[in-house]
Design a protein around this ligand. Structure first.
Ligand code: NAD
Ligand code: GLY
Length: 366
């Protein structure tokens, strides 16, 4: 067992400071779990798929630090990111007599992480929690930055809280068991960081995509680290999304409309975001903000990553209705994250006619 302190990316906001540890084998590395808030009880929140793979290892790692380590399992899938699942966590915490010092550990992808985080934000008005992300998407995005939420039938991530974890532990070895479709979905959020913030990283992804798809550990380590560095920088400047942080939602206005319009779980979040980025880049080009050549270059990379570049067939009016419910909308006006140049994003409204033209150009025929 390697007990050297793992290398870290630090997130610093006005009210919190924590490390994102990134390495292979961290689940069984004692130093990854030292120095967390003291408590008699820890509770691991996971789902049956991830628990079967990594629940025992995490429980074993936590046992030296906590008198009792409980486990609560939520049903697997985006369609279960709901009040009903959230209540299973509260049922367990109250049933086991957990107090306000209990530490929650979110073991899984973004669905588990967002729900465990929301439970931590609200149980007894807030208990500490640790993110242990096991999907690429969760390691590069959802476990970092403190956005926690559940879905509502009328809108994605509509009920939630900003609540930062105590630590994020990214064990790259857990990515070995990730289904290929989920790996590709995670690549969508990795690719996202290029056009919004770092064209050198974008070029690196273009060159290293085959290595990433083959799960080369060095390539994955760089992708996770650089993604987390960019996210930490943005969240450090704008924790509660009063401005800059919205750029992390590049592709999400269209993407959330696809997820909701198709029914939660039909398109994976990363797939919807990927296709949403194609639409957002095309809209940027349509408005003369970025070249068509760059929009096409981004689309090519997304396609090479095994991700969808053609949107599902949906009536234009339905698209607009879904996107008017987006959290960035103001007074019923949809606001998109668009590209002002490769590597620079900006948030603005767009004429419906231009939006509908771009959707029509990039959608499957009904
Ligand atoms: P997910 O949590 O549904 O996980 C994907 C699937 O992979 C699940 O079936 C899960 O059981 C399985 N899985 C997880 N780890 C595994 C492993 N190591 N081996 C085998 N199977 C494994 O999906 P996701 O893509 O991780 O997360 C998507 C969610 O994250 C969405 O709800 C989205 O809204 C949210 N999200 C939140 C933020 C944020 O800032 N909070 C950012 C991006 C996305
Ligand atoms: N994934 C968007 C954000 O964290 O702000």
């Amino acid at each position: 067992m390697n007990d050297a302190p793992p290398s870290a990316v630090t997130v610093a906001t006005p009210h919190s400071r924590y490390d994102i540890l990134i390495d292979s084998g961290l689940l069984s590395q004692a130093s990854a779990w030292a120095g967390l808030p003291a408590a008699t009880q820890a509770v691991i929140v996971s789902n049956p798929t991830v628990d079967a793979l990594y629940g025992d290892a995490l429980q074993q790692a936590l046992t030296p630090h906590y008198g009792q380590v409980g486990r609560v399992l939520l049903p697997d899938g985006e369609q279960h990111k709901s009040w009903t699942s959230l209540n299973l966590i509260f049922d367990h915490l109250l049933g086991q007599g957990c107090d306000r010092k209990t530490v929650l550990f979110a073991l899984g992808g973004g669905v588990v992480g967002d729900m465990a985080g929301f439970a931590a934000a609200t149980f007894m008005r807030g208990v500490p929690f640790v993110q242990v992300p096991t999907t690429l998407l969760a390691q590069v995005d959802s476990s970092v930055g403190g956005k926690t939420a559940i879905n509502h039938p009328l809108g994605k991530n509509m009920i939630g809280a900003f609540y930062q974890p105590e630590r994020v532990v990214c064990d790259l070895a857990t990515l070995d068991t990730l289904p290929e479709r989920e790996l590709c979905a995670g690549l969508a959020e990795v690719i996202k960081y290029g056009p919004i913030a770092d064209m050198a990283f974008f070029e690196w992804i273009e060159g290293h995509l085959p290595a990433l798809l083959q799960r080369d550990k060095a390539a994955l380590a760089h992708a996770v680290r650089r993604s987390c560095e960019i996210k930490a920088e943005v969240v450090g400047q704008d924790e509660r999304e009063s401005g800059l942080r919205a750029i992390l939602n590049f592709g999400h206005t269209f993407g959330h409309a696809i997820e909701l319009g198709m029914g939660y779980g039909q398109w994976l979040h990363g797939e919807a975001v990927a296709c949403g980025m194609v639409l957002a880049a095309a809209l940027s080009a349509e408005l003369g903000m970025v070249s068509t050549g760059f929009a096409q270059r981004l689309s090519r990379l997304i396609e090479r990553a095994g991700l969808p570049v053609v949107a599902p067939a949906m009536e234009g009016a339905r698209w607009l209705e879904l996107m008017r419910g987006d959290k960035k909308a103001e007074g019923g006006e949809i606001r998109f994250v668009l590209l002002g140049a490769p590597g620079r994003a900006t948030v603005r409204a767009a004429p419906d006619a231009a939006v509908l033209r771009v959707i029509a150009q990039h959608s499957a025929r009904a």
